[in-house]
Design a protein around this ligand. Structure first.
Ligand code: SF4
Length: 362
């Protein structure tokens, strides 16, 4: 049996586009079935029989817009190639796509972890950022998922939204805690140039939350969730003990992964490759068994930089020997990094300027 791998399945469909999002996705939902067939074909072609697949992650886009039979087609193809029972199968979902019957079917298929994109429980805010669900649907989605037998549920939240106050953000955190989920991911809104929000910002019609407020929001989040038993195991991720996302953790610990679908990236420990980012071309190439992913071979220096970039985002940090010791000690003296057992770990204060620290250390 070879080295264990993770499998990422990219589902690039969205019913509509959120105003802040710059991920590649398409609203051509009529292509969903063909796309699922193409992904199953790619799985058949690329995952050799007996591969020890440890985690499977359906991400997007919006995987929950797929029909359940199409999810089954892809999932069963992957499982038929794997020689071990995957211990974690995650599906990202939008609250508005879920009902109790669909959730029960997903659970029956073997999906044992849901990641629900809630973002906010404030209806006005949800509308402002272009989400298509409301707060009640979000609450119901979690309640239905529990009723359908899911006991490993993650929700996504966003902060530093336009016009959001620290008090509003606190309400979102308390509401998330009341749901009784096992995992919370929270992201600071960023204004990407090619998004509706990016353009509104550039034309002066929106203003960005100032750094001090955004940092305070990040601190309130970390303080409140850790006081309620969550482990802050990665900059944007919090989990009750033993509920860390195994799939995402494997990205941070150099585990190889196979990415299926348009634009999906793969990594085999030495080479990174990625599929064409065009749904129509992907479908025709995959069905004709002639996908031609682009590739790059990572040098030792690339791998070292990646290790620093990803490792410093986690609560395990990185080996002191991986970076310039003098620089690391200087950050420790300034309270931005801490040393534990010869590992360098970002402090809460350090997380506020983590990108600058990483840039300096690599
Ligand atoms: S945030 Fe998610 S649902 Fe919204 S457009 Fe982006 S990928 Fe689609």
């Amino acid at each position: 049996m070879g080295r264990e791998v993770g499998v990422y399945v990219h589902i690039p469909f969205c019913v509509s586009r959120c105003k802040y999002c710059d991920f590649y996705s398409t609203t051509l939902l009529d292509l969903r079935h063909q796309y699922a067939t193409a992904v199953a074909t790619e799985a058949q072609d690329r995952i050799s029989e007996g591969t020890p697949v440890r985690t499977i992650y359906f991400g997007g886009g919006t995987p929950s817009v797929l029909l359940t039979e199409d999810i089954a087609l892809v999932l069963n193809t992957i499982l038929s190639r794997s020689c071990i029972e995957p211990i974690e199968i995650t599906l990202e979902a939008n609250p508005g796509d879920l009902d109790i019957d669909k959730l029960r079917e997903l659970r029956r298929l073997g999906i044992n972890r849901l990641s629900i994109g809630i973002q906010s429980f404030n209806d006005e805010m949800l509308q402002r950022i272009g989400r298509r669900h409301n707060a009640d649907e979000a609450r119901q989605a979690v309640a239905m998922a529990k009723a359908a037998g899911f006991d490993n549920i993650s929700i996504d939240l966003m902060y530093a939204l336009p016009g959001q106050t620290i008090d509003d953000w606190k309400q979102q955190i308390y509401e998330a805690l009341r749901l009784g989920v096992q995992h919370i991911s929270a992201y600071c809104l960023s204004y990407e140039p090619n998004t509706v929000f990016g353009k509104l910002l550039a034309s002066g019609l929106l203003s960005e939350t100032d750094d001090e407020t955004a940092n305070r929001m990040a601190d309130v989040l970390a303080e409140t969730l850790t006081a309620n038993g969550f482990v802050h195991y990665e900059v944007s991720n919090f989990a009750l003990p033993n509920y860390e996302s195994r799939h995402n953790s494997s990205y941070w610990t150099n585990v190889p992964y196979i990415g299926l679908g348009a634009g999906a990236h793969s990594y085999d420990g030495a080479t990174r490759s990625w599929n064409i980012n065009d749904v129509n071309r992907y479908i025709s190439d995959s069905l004709a068994h002639c996908l031609q992913p682009e590739r790059e071979t990572l040098t030792d220096d690339d791998k070292r930089m990646e290790q620093i970039m990803l490792g410093l985002r986690t609560s395990k940090g990185i080996e002191l020997s991986a970076v310039d010791k003098e620089k690391a000690y200087d950050y420790v003296r300034r309270g931005l990094l801490t040393l534990d057992n010869n590992r360098v770990i970002a402090t809460r204060k350090g997380i506020h300027i983590l990108n600058r620290i990483i840039e300096d250390l690599i």
